[in-house]
Structure formats: structure tokens, C-alpha cells
Design a protein. Sequence first.
Length: 202
Amino acid sequence: MTTTSEFVTVTSAIEQISKDAFKISKFREEIGQILRPNLWICNLSVATDEVGIQGQLETLTFRCEKAEIPGRTVATIDDTGSGPALKIPYEINYSDMEITIICSEDMNEREYFENWINKIVYPPTSDGFAKKSGLVNYYSNFAKGNKLTISQLNDKGAPSFTCILYDIYPIQISPMNLSWEETNTYQRFSVTLNYRYYRHTL
């Protein structure tokens, strides 16, 4: 049977451990170095000649103000043969990603993605509908070989985690707001990108 003195001793020990565990210095020591979401860099490389924009969008590294490390999902199907349903995986699904880009004075970045989308589904021409209008280009002509590289950096500026998205191409360009009320800001737009898969490195 526990005596009163033993109970007091155990309680005091627990209180001391609790105090030590929640000291700020102890917390910082245990959590160590952390990554910050504002330390990152991205680079877009387009490999397809047909797009007419082969190479890199040089300004993207400095104009892209917002991006994300992509996610993926294991797609499953329910096996209800007997007993509780069993989820059986059958493929990996990769989610679209969105980047936000700051516009330069000449709107070069917007023009870049507008031209790219025009090479995916041919648009009407200024004098009507051309022979190719509405036709969808070959996948190899607008996506194959394109790469977007996103790196999470540490406090020293070195990559801690890098994702390379393969066969990437734009599927949506957002509208751009125009307003007399917005005087102390800058123009930006978002691009939604689709890709086939990604790989990561540490």
C-alpha cells in the first residue's frame, strides 16, 4: 500500500518533469531547426518545341510568389466479398497544383502561359475560325518532357526537399482583378498546372 510520503514524492517528481518538459529552452532544444514556408524556389523548364516557348521562363524564379509542394492520393476500391469492406489500392492520383505569379510591366509572364494554352487547344483567329481552331494538339507537343522543380530551402538557403513534376502543362489561367481602389498592391495571376507524376529528393 502506497504511503503518504511516497505519494508526495511521486507527485513532486511528476510536477518537476512537467516543469522541465514545458520550459521554452527545452522545447526549442527538442524541436530543433524548423523549415519556413517562405524559403523556397521554383524553376520551369519547357522541352517541347511545338509550344514555341522552349527553354526556361527566366523570370519565374523571382516572379512566382506562391506555390505548393504537391500531394498525391492512393486510389482504392472497396472489396465487400465478406465481412467488413476492405479497401484495395489500384493506382496513385496526383492532384493539380496552383502557382501565383507577379506580373512584370510588359506582362511577359501572362503572355507566356497564354501562348502555351493556345498550343494545347487551338483558339479562333482574329479573322474567324482557322482550320485548326478547336483542335487539341498532341500531348507530346505541349507536355512531354516539361518539368517544374520546387525546392523547400533551409535557413542556409540549401534545398531540404525537392519535388520535380514531370510532363507539366497549364489547364487554367485565372482572371486578373482591375480596380481603382487597389492602389498599394501589384498585379498578379494564378496558373493551375496538371502533371503526370512527381518524384522527390532530399
